[in-house]
Design a protein around this ligand. Structure first.
Ligand SMILES: [Zn+2]
Length: 329
């Protein structure tokens, strides 16, 4: 049995495996410019952020109906469950769908078809976090939040993702204020390729409760002290960091130093179909490459539940934490 864990940094669009991409393409009459799943899998071995983003958006064309989004989420939940994920807070990127004529309702209701049965079918509790694309305008983010208003009973929080450099958090001050007024939880990607100042800005200007990635905080000791003091969780994605060159090799990942500094780090998969593995694969990889001992792994699992947005169900959080403490390696 794998170590129980929560996944807090997972883009549902990034779970599209080549096999499902072809299945959905056939179902929807979408022509993919790849001969077969093997050719597509080869394309998944991109070398940089831009080629990843190009492929990522190209493949989204296969997602058209509610059932497509349900199938995508179901496939992820089954894989996550097999790797010990007990709770998943799932990102989705509505702007990537709205701009190609797929409505907010199709995306949210489609995902919900899978999420509402997830506990029974996969043993995984779920929450949904809507992300804004930071390379789009602030006005577009606000329009997206407006489009989501009929579905807010299904959406727990908002996030900010895509190309970070040149798009500082402050650009999205207004939409984050509006989301806070609606009672939504707030997270944002910051300090992945962007500088430590973006992490500070996400905290001060956007009021985020959790930072996605955040690894460049290590360049600013005062920021590290603050993150430790305020118990701000960081959702790290080690395999993603290697694929997108945030670190050269996994053995040089700052995770051990971050844990030693007292940071509340978690380990997640980001876009697992593209970056070489799901949550459990990321745990296995850091264990092997960084020599993490069992108690370090238990700490990471414990952190994932501590950092999760389970305030509405503390009984559940306590149950998951008890599973972590009782786990025998
Ligand atoms: Zn991400």
């Amino acid at each position: 049995m794998p170590l129980p864990k929560a996944e807090l940094h997972l883009h549902i669009e990034g779970t599209l495996e080549p096999e499902l991409a072809f299945e959905l393409a056939a179902r929807n009459g979408v022509e993919l410019p790849y001969a077969d799943t093997e050719a597509l899998r080869t394309a998944y071995r991109f070398e940089d952020l831009q080629s990843f983003l190009d492929l990522y958006y190209e493949l989204m064309a296969v997602l058209r109906t509610e059932q497509d989004f349900a199938d995508l989420a179901n496939a992820y939940l089954a894989r996550a469950a097999a790797q010990g994920v007990r709770h998943a807070e799932i990102f989705f990127d509505p702007q990537a769908h709205l701009t190609r004529g797929v409505g907010m309702g199709t995306v949210v209701e489609g995902l919900w078809r899978a999420l509402e049965h997830s506990e029974r079918e996969h043993g995984v509790s779920t929450l949904l976090i809507m992300c804004f694309l930071r390379d789009e305008s602030a006005e577009s983010a606000t329009a997206t939040l407006d489009a989501a208003k009929p579905y807010l009973d299904r959406i727990t929080g908002i996030g900010l993702d895509s190309a970070e450099v040149g798009h500082p958090p402050a650009k999205f001050r207004e939409v984050y204020e509006a989301a806070a007024a609606l009672g939504l939880r707030r997270v944002a990607h910051a300090g992945e390729e962007g500088p430590p100042e973006y992490v500070t800005e996400a905290l001060d200007v956007l009021g985020v409760e959790r930072v996605d990635h955040g690894l460049r905080c290590m360049e600013d000791p005062a920021l590290v002290q603050r993150l430790v003091r305020e118990r701000i969780p960081l959702t790290l994605c080690p395999l993603s960091n290697v694929r997108l060159r945030a670190v050269d090799v996994l053995a040089e990942h700052p995770l051990p130093a971050m844990l030693d500094a007292g940071l509340l780090c978690t380990v997640n998969s980001d876009d697992p179909a593209y970056f070489g593995g799901y949550a459990g694969d990321n745990f296995d990889a850091v264990r092997a490459a960084l020599g993490l001992g069992e108690e370090r792994l238990r700490e990471l699992a414990r952190n994932s539940f501590v950092a999760s947005f389970l305030e509405h169900d503390e009984e559940r959080r306590a149950r998951y934490l008890a599973e972590v403490e009782a786990y025998e390696f």
